[in-house]
Each structure stands twice: as C-alpha cells, then as structure tokens.
Design a binder for this molecule. Structure first.
Ligand SMILES: [Zn+2]
Length: 400
C-alpha cells in the first residue's frame, strides 16, 4: 500500500528562487497544454493525446519564447503534463458518474494558494547521507525529518503553501503491514454538527483544545485583517498572518484526525461511517464546505488505516435514514427538525439521544453487532404483566 509522508523543508533564499522558477515553468507547461486542448475542443477537433503535448513541449524549449524551460528539470515539466491528464481523467470520470462531479481543468495562476512540482525516480533526486534533499537544478535542501520513512520513496513533491512554507511530500510503499491484534470492538460513527463525532457506544467527541485555540486565533486574525485599510502595507502584513493562522488550523485539524482515526482503528475490529453526502442539510455554504472537507479527510484516514491494519471499514449509503429510525425497535419515525436533540420513539417509547441513535443505526446498517444501550437516555417503560396489575409486588424470595 502507498502512503504519503510530508516534511517541512527550509530552502535557502537562492533555492527559493530556483523553486519559484520551477513552479513557474511547471505552471506554464500546464497552461500551454490546457490551452492546446481547449482550442481543439472549441474547434470541434478530437482530444489531443498526451504524446502530442509532450512533443510540443520538446519543440517549445527550442523557441525563443520558451527557451527558459530548459532551466528546470525536464521531469518536473513532464509531471506537470501528467497532472493535467489526471485533472482531465477526474473530470471525465465525474461526467460518467464514476466519481463525484467536478469542473473541467482550470488555468493555474501564480497567485494560487498552493504551488507544487514533482520529481520521479527518473529525475535523479535523492536524500543525501547528510539527510538533505538533493533536487536537480535546485540543490541540497534542508529537511526537518519528523519521523522515519518506512522505505525508500520513489517520488517527491515539493509544495509551497499559502503561508509561504515549503514541504517535501514523499510517496512511500509501506509493503505488507503488520496487523494490529484482533479485538471484539465494533463501532458506528456519526459525524455531527454539535460534536465532531458520536460513537454508537454513546461517546461524544469534541475537537480538542489545541484545535479550538488555533481556530480562535484564526478568527482574531481575520477580524484584524478586515479592519485594515485596502491597499495599505498593514493590510498586506495582516493577510500573511491570516494565511499562517489558516495553515496552523489545517495542521491542528489533521493532527486531531490522525489521533482519533488511529484510536478508533486500534480499538475496533470494524468501523462504520455514514456517507457524508447526507449531511448537506441546513448549513450555510461556507460552513458546509469547511466541515465537509474536514470530515472527508477524517473518513479517508479511517479508510486507509483500516486497510493498513486489517480492519473492516464500511461506508453507509446516503439513503439510510439514520436519524429517523428508532435504533431500539427499528420503527421509522419520520424526519425531525435539527433542534430536536432528544426524542421519544412513538412505537416502543424509548427516549433516544438523536446523535447516538444515528451512530447506532450506522453500525447496524453496516451489519455490526452493537446494542442500542448507548442511544437510550431512558429505556422504554416495560408494560406491566396483566396478572401483576393492581397487586403489590413482593420482593422475590431469596433462595434457600
Ligand atoms: Zn422504538
């Protein structure tokens, strides 16, 4: 199985210039190729194959306008063409319904938040004995190795994010994983609005303090930015602060998702999660996109960790009405407004916690053996047996 490992890197000012040039060249190659395909499409001509684009790139390097493309590793430019192919494939697969729909490839801009280039094995990049990252036509870049790579990586992507930080991201083959010891644990997870996650055993999980603190700082930075005069130098500074705070929140969130997904996979043999598409109700667009992105990241971590450690992972389809069904008796009780946090089942009388009930239903829909105990605030009142009504209950006789 393949995993991605990212490390912060610290290029010197000179290396930063070389990287900026490489980002720029990769972008130009991408945009040139996209333009060729767009022109062909508008003229009603067939899709231009990548081999043709590759030949055009080689020819372009010999022209005066594009001669500077030779200043960067040719692998970087070829990989940029590959990225365009991937973008097209994703777009076409979306149209065919093989994956979520997405827009056609778009032109890249130097103002994009994320700039990146990729080196494959062909590019002769390597990790030096001194632990630096040697990149062709860029140099030996200092890396902060925060953990050990499980095996030698084949490709490295160098990324510059919106906060001006640089990262090296390696794709590593992890080989056969040693599975975790088997457990009896089975759990359904409901991703909520009031809590980050609710488990079918009744546990409610909120985002940790380090994430909330980072979010608070981001909010303050954004308020500060909005007070600054447009075009002023202070506004420029405030904008960088916002970008940094954004990056910190993203890091903190990823860290939290790692911690929680590892814990769930470690403690459970089977994990079930509701498909996220159901959740799109009653939220503003911004809040929705932010939250969905976070959930998607968390769910994909659960999925790959489950695969890695031999656990069962199930995604429950979007048409299971998990919040409408009583997890005790299974009767569908109809939709309830979001502000209803606790409800009483009309059929069996169980008093249910909305979120935990949903998590239990997610687990049940996945065929997991969980009980509805956690979902019940109060169990259904047990109807009195006929012959007991009207009589005083005597304590059961103690055995002799
Ligand atoms: Zn019921």
């Amino acid at each position: 199985m393949q995993l991605r490992y990212s490390f912060r890197v610290y290029p010197t000012p000179g290396q930063q210039q070389s990287l900026a040039r490489a980002f720029g060249c990769a972008r130009v190659v991408y945009n040139d190729a996209l333009r060729v395909r767009e022109v062909a499409r508008k003229a009603g001509e067939p899709f231009v194959p990548s081999a043709v684009l590759s030949k055009q790139l080689t020819a372009a390097k010999k022209t005066d306008e594009r001669v500077w493309l030779s200043e960067v590793s040719s692998v970087v430019l070829q990989q940029s063409l590959r990225d365009l192919d991937t973008a097209y494939r994703n777009f076409f697969d979306g149209l065919k319904g093989k994956r979520p729909k997405m827009g056609p490839p778009r032109f890249k801009s130097r103002k994009d938040n994320r700039q990146s280039i990729r080196f494959t094995a062909n590019a002769n990049w390597r990790i030096t004995t001194g632990g630096k990252l040697r990149l062709p036509k860029i140099g030996d870049v200092r890396v902060k190795w925060s953990r050990q790579l499980p095996s030698a990586p084949r490709t490295v992507t160098v990324v510059k994010d919106a906060a001006g930080r640089y990262f090296a991201s390696f794709v590593v083959d992890t080989g056969d994983e040693t599975s975790l010891p088997e457990t009896d644990g089975q759990v359904g997870v409901d991703l909520g609005l009031t809590h980050f996650a609710i488990l079918s055993d009744g546990t409610k999980i909120d985002s940790p303090r380090f994430l909330r603190r980072a979010e608070k700082k981001l909010k303050r930075a954004q308020q500060n930015l909005s007070r600054k005069q447009k075009g002023s130098r202070n506004r420029g500074k405030a904008r960088i602060k916002v970008a940094r705070a954004h990056a910190k929140v993203a890091d903190a969130r990823r860290e939290f998702h790692h911690q929680l997904s590892t814990k769930l996979i470690r403690e459970n043999q089977a994990v079930a999660v509701e498909d996220l598409a159901v959740k799109g109700l009653a939220r503003t667009r911004l809040a929705k996109s932010v939250q969905d992105a976070g959930w998607a990241q968390f769910v994909s971590m659960l999925e790959y960790k489950a695969a890695r450690y031999g656990r069962t992972f199930t995604r429950i389809g979007r048409f299971e009405p998990t919040s409408q069904v009583c997890s005790v008796c299974g009767v569908k009780d109809g939709p309830k407004p979001l502000n209803v946090r606790v409800w009483t089942c009309g059929a069996c009388g169980a008093v249910l916690d909305r979120d935990i009930n949903a998590a239990v239903n997610v687990a049940k829909a996945a065929g997991l053996a969980v009980t509805a105990c956690g979902a019940q605030i109060r169990p259904a009142p047990v109807p009195a047996q006929r012959r007991e009504t009207g009589t005083h209950r005597r304590p059961a006789p103690v055995g002799q």
